[in-house]
Design a protein around this ligand. Sequence first.
Ligand code: GCO
Ligand code: MG
Length: 408
Amino acid sequence: MKITDARVFVGGPKKNYVTLKIMTDQGVYGLGDATLNNRETLPAAYLRDYLIPALIGMDPRNSEDIWQFLYRGAYFRGGPIAMAAYGAIDMALWDIKGKLANMPLYQLFGGKSREGAMVYAHATGADLPDLMDSISHYVEQGYKAVRVQCGIPGMPSASYAVPEEKGEGKHYITDFSGVRPKVETWDTGPYMRYMPGALAEIRARFGPELHILHDVHHRLTPREAAEFAKAVEPVGLYWLEDPTPAEDQEALKLIRQHSTTPIAIGEVFNSAWQCNKLIEQELIDYIRVAVTYAGGITPVKRIVDLAGMHHVKTGFHGAPSHSPLCMAAQAHINAWAPNFGIQEYLVLGTPECDALFPSEHRMENGMVYVSDAPGLGVDFDEAEAKKYSFSPGSHPVVRLTDGTLWNY
Ligand code: GCO
Ligand code: MG
């Protein structure tokens, strides 16, 4: 069996999805996602100019050998652009494997460990009452877990993932238009003084059952993160996400020494080598990698298994930038993984997105139910794809009140 051709498409409804389609001499094709948020044309170019020409003629069933060929063969290993491109190829090869076996991928991993996989939504508010409304909106829809972000009194501009105006909360989508980043201002003092009390009020209002998650989005220093994690302990958060950047991984020990608040990290990781220390030293409770960014199903399954040996559960990244193909790959791992925790899941632009990526994966009452179709269980409508083209965007940048550049 041979790979005969592969094509890359960039575009989607309000997103620049990078979709890879790998064709074979047996008529079976595979689909994969290489969407690197706000840098989409780069993995697309890597695929078109370097990787696809090398894939032609290879046996698509040898997904492990092809992964090693891509990763080791590059000489310069890893990096977000390359790993997203490898991720798309690996996903497409697993899709082909599933279609050849006539089985959904979760069966190839070891079958189902659960029927539905719990997901969390994003509740946001310009202020606390606005956030409370946004949380109620999701609770009424049956969500069991909600990530909560709200405006901070005294903060010079809206902080991470918070709408500027009241009432926009539940519809909040970051506007990433143009390559010149918007500038946000961050002030740690007001955040540290306000947010623990706000989280306590949310707990009091919604009771003990709701899983409450909060994303610090890398804004604190390790010492501040330890203080914050300790302060919010009585709230009983499901997790505290990215409390501090995880480049200096030793520094995370400080959080552990001071608090038992569960910690979730990994959405910006693109290699198992960024995960292994945090997992082996049990410095985190949830590993946040995404199948696209971390190089595909092949390496992510290894990360999940290592995590399982150290009481670390999965909490895969599922921001709106991940295409339904990445979300499907994660849905199959989530159905199988004995150490599944939760899945971030945002339903955005659904009718257009469903037309572009038809599938039978479904979400009901805050749970995702994986499709039983062979492979990833998602198709790609090339005629629909013609409606979309690439439009460049950028993440905001963050400055402190004195102008110092800080972590977005
Ligand atoms: C999350 C993330 C995202 C990121 C985005 C960047 O927890 O979902 O923090 O919102 O900001 O994925 O590309
Ligand atoms: Mg996050």
